[in-house]
Ligand binder design. Structure first.
Ligand code: UD1
Ligand code: MG
Length: 442
């Protein structure tokens, strides 16, 4: 088994984002871009991950730790080029590894498959492997100079001759190096170039001078799409959503209007799920087989069991758990609440911090009054209960199995199983009142 160290470079200034947030923390599909890269490195079998950040990149370490708890974070104090950045993780490099993989933190679509493919070339005898691509516009990229299958050098755009600039194959930014050669190669890199930077790409020419095998593999340009500004961030989000829609349909979901459905990085869909138009998934959603999500729903942090029907116009917030066959209809909001099998909450209702038993029907306009201005309280509703329309359930409160609540009630006391509770003013009818008040109207 080969050991692999992945170094993720994320010390870029990101000034074109015009943001207080470090560039690599901007999300795509609700996941910070650096976390996309870290997860790909893990999926490709990296045993250790080292992330290089800038001195003012607060918060990156917390995000990295969430997705790769054993990753180390290193600070590059001065931004002096990509090779200099890798050497900021010297402590990790000195521990040794079979394969070193360098990935940029602002290219979120790098796939585990590509990293594995590059590592395989190292096993076959290459000392350095570079991920090449053919972008629509090569301006700004390093050009790959290949002769008879050997990658001779990478020439940065600013240092390249006219003839070299005509080369279409460019450096995508991923590089794999043999672990036993990596540190020596990196230390041999100088900064005599147009930008006065220590270029990681110079490792190629140095390895060539040592007679080592250096190769380029071609990868899809989309995979190394880099993000420098908000326009590219939006483009990356578009690419991400397109991929997720295709994956959802390939997995057996029907999307009635795919371009209007938006997923998070971790959305899980079963088979025969139907998703209507204009549905947005936030993070943490799992949808089981046969669920129907009708148009205009916003769903995050929710579990939806088989055969449930949600929407149109429903909002499921974190902690919503819908059992099988549950119906949640229009203008209903469910938060931190478990609805057991077959429960129905169909119109204009808020259920928060609650448990609703199986087959219970919650009438239109019902509200769980869960917040007293300071604390949240729980509402417990049993199975087969009937909550009349426009009921206010003032938590903490319990309604037993099979109980009935008269519509318009404000329920402040517990209701035992099988009881009818009325908590509203008695109706008063005054015959002839209207004529007496205003004779002309009668
Ligand atoms: C780099 C490559 C170029 C390639 C292109 C692909 C080099 C010298 N050039 O150029 O061949 O075609 O990417 O997108 O490697 N970074 C640091 N510290 C630094 C400098 C950079 O952490 O001191 C990080 C940045 O955050 C970024 C990555 O390294 O994630 C690449 O740096 P960037 O300045 O974007 O390099 P390019 O000029 O785009
Ligand atoms: Mg760049």
């Amino acid at each position: 088994m080969c050991t692999c160290l992945a170094v993720v470079l994320a010390a870029g200034e990101g000034t074109r984002m015009k943001s207080r947030l470090p560039k690599v923390l901007h999300p795509i599909g609700h996941l910070p871009m650096v976390a996309h890269v870290v997860r790909a490195a893990r999926a490709a079998g990296a045993d250790r991950i080292a992330v290089v950040v800038g001195p003012d990149h607060a918060g990156v370490d917390t995000v990295v730790a969430r997705h790769a708890p054993s990753a180390s974070v290193h600070v590059q104090q001065e931004r002096r080029g990509t090779a200099h950045a890798v050497l900021a993780a010297r402590a990790a490099l000195e521990e040794g590894c079979d394969d070193l993989v360098v990935i940029f933190g602002d290219t979120p679509f790098v796939s585990a498959g590509t990293v594995s493919r590059m590592r395989a070339r190292l096993v076959e005898g290459a000392a350095v492997v570079v991920g090449g691509m053919v972008p629509a516009d090569p301006t700004g990229y390093g050009r790959l100079i290949v002769e008879n299958g050997q990658l001779r050098a990478i020439r940065e755009h600013k240092d390249a001759s006219e003839a070299e600039r005509a080369i279409r194959l460019c450096n995508g930014g991923i590089m794999a190096l043999r672990g036993d050669r990596a540190l020596a190669l990196l230390e041999a890199i100088g900064c005599d170039n147009a930008q006065g930077e220590f270029y990681l790409t110079d490792a190629v020419a140095i390895a060539n001078a040592e007679g080592a095998r250096v190769e380029a593999i071609e990868i899809d340009a989309e995979e190394v799409f880099g993000i420098n500004d908000r326009l590219q961030l939006a483009e990356a989000e578009r690419l991400f959503q397109d991929r997720r829609r295709v994956a959802a349909m390939a997995g057996g979901a029907t999307l009635l209007s795919p371009e209007t459905v938006f997923f998070a990085y971790d959305t899980e869909l079963g088979r025969d799920v139907t998703i209507g138009q204009n549905v947005v998934f936030g993070p943490g959603v799992a949808v089981d087989d046969g669920v129907e999500i009708r148009p205009f729903c916003h769903i995050e942090g929710a579990r939806i069991r088989s055969g449930a029907v949600v929407g149109p116009f429903a909002r499921l917030r974190p902690g919503a758990e819908l059992g099988s066959g549950v119906h949640v209809g229009n203008f209903c909001e469910i938060k931190n609440a478990v609805l057991d099998e077959g429960a129905k909450v169909n119109h204009l209702t808020y259920i928060g911090d609650a448990h609703v038993g199986a087959r219970t029907n919650v009438g239109a306009g019902t509200i769980t009054c869960n917040y007293d201005g300071v604390h949240k309280h729980h509402t417990e509703i049993g199975a087969n209960a009937f909550i009349g329309s426009n009921t206010a359930l003032v938590a903490p409160v319990t309604v037993g199995d099979g109980a009935y609540i008269a519509s318009g009630s404000v329920i402040t006391d517990d209701v035992e199983a099988g009881a009818l509770a009325l908590g509203r003013a008695r109706q008063v009818v005054k015959p002839g009142w209207a004529e007496a008040k205003s004779p002309k109207r009668a």
